[in-house]
Design a protein. Structure first.
Length: 156
């Protein structure tokens, strides 16, 4: 009886070793797929989301999303460009249709930029406006969300 028990133990150990080998191999392949994902090695896989608010007045407005003189580049479809510390474009998106922000003093546009690569810093540019700089650590700590604004900022 002990001989059969020893064989069963050997088979069990072999089965466990084979299971561990398969699990380690699958984990390694999954990790490679997440890291490389079709030749985009170095991409974080995360996306940057943001809100860009064009403040049109210091006072509440009936139609804060009406086109504004001097801000023709801030509208639905306007480009959002993300550059790395070397100035290379690493991601693009566009502004959504705007909606009045809570105080009705401006129009809020949302955007998403997919799959940014790891970089020491980024500059986010909306339309033809100057870009705002962000470090990798700052974006990571903020959950890859940014809030930007332009125009007649409300008091307070």
């Amino acid at each position: 009886m002990r001989i059969g028990a020893a064989r069963l133990g050997a088979h069990t150990r072999l089965f466990i070793a084979a299971t561990i080998l398969v699990a380690v191999t699958l984990a390694a392949l999954g990790g490679l797929a997440l890291w490389g994902d079709g030749g985009s090695q170095g991409r974080t896989g995360t996306h940057l989301t943001g809100t860009f608010t064009l403040f049109t007045s210091a006072q509440p407005q009936a139609m804060p999303c009406a086109p504004q003189a001097g801000y023709g580049d801030i509208a639905a479809g306007a480009p959002v460009v993300v550059r790395d510390q070397g100035g290379a474009t690493v991601g693009t998106g566009s502004l959504s249709a705007g909606s009045p922000e809570p105080s009705k003093r401006g129009c809020a546009f949302r955007f998403t930029v997919q799959r940014l690569p790891v970089a020491a810093s980024y500059t986010v540019t909306v339309g033809q406006r100057g870009g705002l700089p962000y470090s990798y650590a700052d974006l990571k700590n903020a959950g890859w969300k940014v809030t930007m604004g332009l125009g007649a900022l409300p008091p307070g």
